[in-house]
Ligand binder design. Sequence first.
Ligand code: SIN
Length: 294
Amino acid sequence: MTSGAEPVPIEVVPTGFALGAEIRGVDVRKRLPPETAAALREAWKQHLVLLFRGQTGLTDEQLIAFTEVFGPLQDAPNSEVTANFGSFRDVPKEVTIISNIEVDGRPIGALGAGEADWHTDMSFIDEPPAGSCLYAIEVPPSGGNTSFTNMHRALDTLDADTAGAVAEAWCVHDESLTSTGAQRRGVPEVTDVRETPGARHPVLRTHPDTGRKALFLGRRRNAWLVGFDVDESERLLDRLWTHAADEDHVWEHRWRAGDIVLWDNRAVMHRRDPFDPATRRLMHRTQVAGGRPF
Ligand code: SIN
């Protein structure tokens, strides 16, 4: 969403935690001049998670146009809930609805009101999205906070023994369960992690834009370090997940309606707190397309 208009001065306010910055001075409904778009991409590279407050009333088309500032879009995943939408899935194919709201007893979106464990969006496919852009339309009065962890920092601070053990390792990124632990329709239940369905990716990946290395993890359950003895794989994965979730690497975001948060899946994992299912939470998410992790 760029134009030949005058550059808009933006203010980048770091969260003070291991990642994340609030961007002030941008109305994402307006077409952004190329200099402003470039400044946003630079801020994203540096801070990995960007927060834009006060963007209420955005249409899906505006959200899509804004996301395109950061790269071409990737379609929404084909999840159980997507298949459930039936005739009331009336959003563009690029938009994933994340919501606990039900219409006629059927969920209109993914993830419900439960806790979503640490994960990387859609990493169970060969070319997972580079970024995710989540727009808050309705938020509950409490709960539903989303936390982000800096996977560059997690790798930089990992103990040498574990780092050495996984330096050349690949991991299966489970496709069978969502981040809330729900079974995806049409994907068999995993009884042996050596048969987990999903893409296999290097545990250490390189960020294509910055060349920095990061830990790359998908979902803890059903993960397996390919070729490892299962017990050794479990031990190392427990160590990696515990370390990645260390509060030293984490920033937690408390949502307000109108917030947009854009995160870099190549260097960030995230999780979400549960919230009262009697309250409503409605978010629309777009995905920036990504390449094969290396
Ligand atoms: C997601 O995992 O993409 C959604 C996170 C959230 O609901 O806050």
